[in-house]
Design a protein around this ligand. Structure first.
Ligand code: MCN
Ligand code: SMO
Length: 786
């Protein structure tokens, strides 16, 4: 481990509220997103997409489109199939069936928005005009929009090789579950339907590619979360060697999980650029983004909890039916939601008996992909709303019921073998209670009720599984190793370049990771630059998702920086005539510990390191650079989100009055950034609770094809989110950090919905679906009055 204190002084940067260094360019309008890029001679692409949910393609006539002036090429699925291979999502586990997605549909379309042809033209306008002229003859097939119907015997099959439309049926059973249920005093059951969501980044997807026939080199620019992994995954589909492939992720205006996938467009655009020998760009429009990128989190869940009369949880049972859409999202598969939901069923409760069943069901909707807190968020919502119902039924306080069943602060192995690295499970709940002045709130609530006003409070303590390394991947059956490399270089002038395989797309890495490196090397943060998003840099990484960057990139940077630090110490020792062990590096200076007047600027050490010849210690090479990797175990951060609402019984409007979050992600690199992540994550959780749902009608038509129909909260709907911290360093990671960026999205929906149910206690409200809109609130009140 390299976590021992480095200096006699406290760290200069880690833990400090350093302002984000990357923000200037965004504030000045100098961010460069995919659509800001242009190359000489560049063509633009538009796709022809299916208006049907499920249909055979009888014929495609491209002649009129091809004849349009300015249209350079029109290609159908048959042509693309000759150029590249389908994306097949699969896991290394018996239960899972591989599902392939052709680059463009050839025989059949399986959801509204699926691409059947591409038109490449001199401008986007001409490409769109060309796309209008492609005439496709479809033979409609029955559409499946209900996953339980899709599973049922005799249902039409979306893919001939996926019987029962089920990508995977997975079961877990600890052994004594049925017995525990049999001997329980009470059994509580709930069916919960979580809404179909969308990551909905402000910047949609987009790809640009340029092939140089002179060098045989292809460069792909993509709005992605995983440039290195994208290159490794896409190369075989392009039938190209990785040495001839560069992937660059420009500034990315939000990914939120959607862009941690690899999409057919990321193969098609490069293939087309190579064929035409001209640069080609495609930027997704909003309708495409909503209908044909990736949906998320729609799961039908049946949760049972066996309880004693005094409120002790004896066993959990869960059934999860994921409504996964028409394909298995590449590469993570359709299990991304339902299995993640099931795995985290124990959460922070000390339950030793558990069983679950998971089905990942194909329907004629857009495929599902990751979205912040994949699976974990809906799973949490089902369990936590049921726990509030149980408290109500047993006449117990919902907070005390949770605390009664909560695990202790030390590391804990759950019944399904998740290795929690310790946390402030009870402490964070108590802290949240204090922050909201819980007892006082209950008094105010009672007083308000007497006046016919409905206040409610919802607690949602959570555990967030994060940090995707090989351990996490193996547990799921993902057939690869997961780690990241980082390189740290002290440049000849003493400034520092950190290159990482993770990719900052809004998380503040250029600041937080620089803080780590600056402390380790004793340089000032303004002299550190973090570089990422370009595979021509000599690192590899699996990318940024699963709240993995602080831990994975952080650890690899710590290792690499420590190696370089040792070289600096040797140089300083030799120049200051002291033992390297007695040297301290701090604030840009190398000095003898306790003798600050005996010092040298680190810039001078760097100069000697590169050009000092005989001044360098015997045998030290003139390289002040190191590349290291880190493959940590999973981390489990924890915290609580509390929401306070007032519900207007006349209109059904929910006024979100207060949101308080307690976050514990171990050692914090930068509390300011952590708070920003909590704010964003909670805001997205509020969307899940109150607004967001992609609706399909019975024929599989998407009814929410614009951001007026798919509502997400903006700053006017989201109150100030109060954040407070507890620090329980992880004993299993370098530096003690735990991943944290998804906790708010996991926890906030249950906090808000529990607050609504609490406000509506006089009406006996039990909430069984999300989102909860004003009409739903009125229906609950109506039912309670009846
Ligand atoms: N951090 C810290 N101390 C810790 C943990 C984290 O200071 N103990 C800091 C990190 O250094 C980093 C940030 O907090 O700057 C988030 O860190 P981490 O939890 O490691 O998550 P990642 O950086 O890997 O980001 C991924 C995560 C995911 S999975 C989604 S989804 C999401 C999220 O980040 N998408 C985002 N936040 C987002 N924020 C923006 N702006 N845009 C997105 O697309
Ligand atoms: S959904 Mo986040 O990119 O793991």
């Amino acid at each position: 481990t390299v976590t021992e204190p480095l200096t006699v002084r406290p760290p200069q940067y880690v833990g400090a509220r350093v302002l984000r260094v990357e923000d200037n360019k965004y504030l000045m309008g100098r961010g460069r997103y995919l659509d800001d890029l242009a190359l000489p001679g560049m063509l633009q692409a538009a796709f022809v997409r299916s208006p049907h949910a499920h249909a055979r393609i009888a014929s495609i006539d491209i002649s009129a489109a091809k004849a349009l002036k300015g249209v350079v090429e029109v290609l159908t699925g048959a042509e693309l199939a000759k150029m590249g291979t389908p994306l097949v999502a699969d896991l290394q586990r018996e239960e899972v069936l591989p599902v392939g997605k052709e680059l463009l549909a050839t025989d059949k379309v399986r959801h509204v928005g699926e691409a059947v042809a591409i038109v490449i033209a001199e401008s986007r306008y001409l490409a769109e005009d060309g796309a209008q002229l492609v005439s496709v003859e479809y033979e409609p097939l029955p559409a499946l929009v209900d996953p339980e119907q899709a599973l049922s015997h005799g249902a039409v099959l979306l893919h001939d090789d996926v019987p029962g439309n089920n990508v995977a049926h997975i079961e877990f059973d600890s052994g004594g579950v049925e017995e525990a249920f049999a001997k329980a005093d009470r059994v509580f059951t709930k069916r919960f339907h979580a809404g179909r969501q969308h990551a909905a980044p402000l910047e949609t997807r987009g790809v640009m590619a340029d092939y140089n026939p002179g060098t045989g080199h292809l460069t792909i620019w993509s709005s992605t979360q995983l440039p290195h992994f994208l290159r490794t995954l896409i190369a075989p589909h392009l039938q190209m060697s990785e040495r001839h492939l560069t992937v660059i992720a420009p500034d990315v205006g939000g990914g939120f999980g959607l862009k941690c996938h690899v999409f057919v467009e990321e193969a098609i655009i490069p293939l087309v650029a190579k064929r035409l020998r001209r640069p080609v760009k495609w930027v997704e429009d909003r309708v495409e983004n909503l209908a044909a990128s990736g949906h998320a989190k729609e799961i039908v869940m049946d949760i049972d909890i066996a309880v004693t009369n005094d409120g002790r949880f004896l066993a959990f049972r869960g059934r999860y039916i994921g409504d996964c859409g028409a394909y298995s999202g590449y590469p993570w598969t359709a299990l991304i939601d339902p299995l993640a939901a099931a795995n985290l069923l124990p959460s922070l409760y000390d339950v030793r008996e558990m069983s679950f069943q998971v089905d990942a069901v194909l329907t004629n909707k857009c495929q599902t992909t990751a979205y912040r807190g994949p699976g974990m968020a809906p799973g949490h919502l089902a369990r936590e709303t049921l726990i509030d119902d149980i408290a109500h039924e047993l006449g117990m306080d919902p907070v005390e019921l949770r605390i009664k069943n909560c695990i202790g602060p030390e590391p804990y192995v759950t019944v399904n073998n998740m290795r929690f690295d310790g946390g402030s499970y009870v402490e964070s709940i108590r802290k949240a209670q204090e922050l909201v002045d819980y007892d006082r709130f209950r008094e105010a609530q009672a007083a308000a009720r007497a006046e016919g006003r409905y206040l409610g409070i919802g607690f949602s303590p959570f555990v967030e599984a994060g940090t995707w390394g090989s351990e996490g991947a193996k547990a799921l059956g993902f057939p690869a190793e997961f780690y990241d490399t980082a390189s740290v270089t002290v440049e000849p002038d003493g400034t520092v370049t950190v290159t990482t395989g993770t990719f900052n797309h809004g998380q503040g890495h250029h600041t937080s990771l620089a803080q780590l490196a600056a402390d380790r090397l004793g340089v000032r943060i303004e002299n550190v630059r973090v570089v990422d998003g370009d595979t021509s840099k000599a690192v590899w990484g699996a990318g940024t998702y699963a709240s993995r960057s602080a831990v994975v990139a952080g650890g690899s940077i710590l290792y690499a920086a420590t190696e370089v630090r040792n070289k600096l110490l040797a140089l300083a020792g030799s120049l200051l005539e002291a033992s390297p062990d007695d040297i301290e590096l701090y604030d840009g200076q190398a000095s003898i510990k306790g003798v600050p007047e005996k010092s040298l600027p680190i810039a001078q050490l760097a100069g000697v390191g590169y050009f000092g010849g005989a001044l360098r210690p015997e045998g030290q090479e003139p390289t002040l650079s190191a590349t290291r990797y880190y493959d940590p175990p999973q981390t489990y951060s924890n915290g609580v989100v509390v929401a306070i609402v007032e519900v207007d019984a006349e209109t059904g409007r929910v006024d979100l009055q207060r949101v308080v979050a307690v976050e514990d992600c171990g050692t914090m690199l930068n509390p300011l950034i952590v708070e920003g992540q909590v704010h964003g994550a909670v805001a997205q959780g509020i969307g899940a609770a109150l607004y967001e749902s992609l609706e399909y009608d019975e024929s599989g038509q998407l009814l929410s094809g614009t951001l007026m129909d798919f509502l997400y909260p903006s700053s006017t709907e989201v109150p100030t989110i109060e954040v407070s911290h507890i620090v329980t360093p992880s004993p299993v990671t370098e530096g003690g950090m735990k991943g944290m960026a998804e906790g708010g999205t996991i926890a906030a929906p249950a906090a808000v919905i529990n607050a609504i149910a609490d406000a509506l206690t006089p009406f006996g409200a039990v909430i069984r679906h999300a989102p909860v809109r004003p009409a739903d609130v009125l229906a609950l009140i109506e039912a309670g009055r009846a």
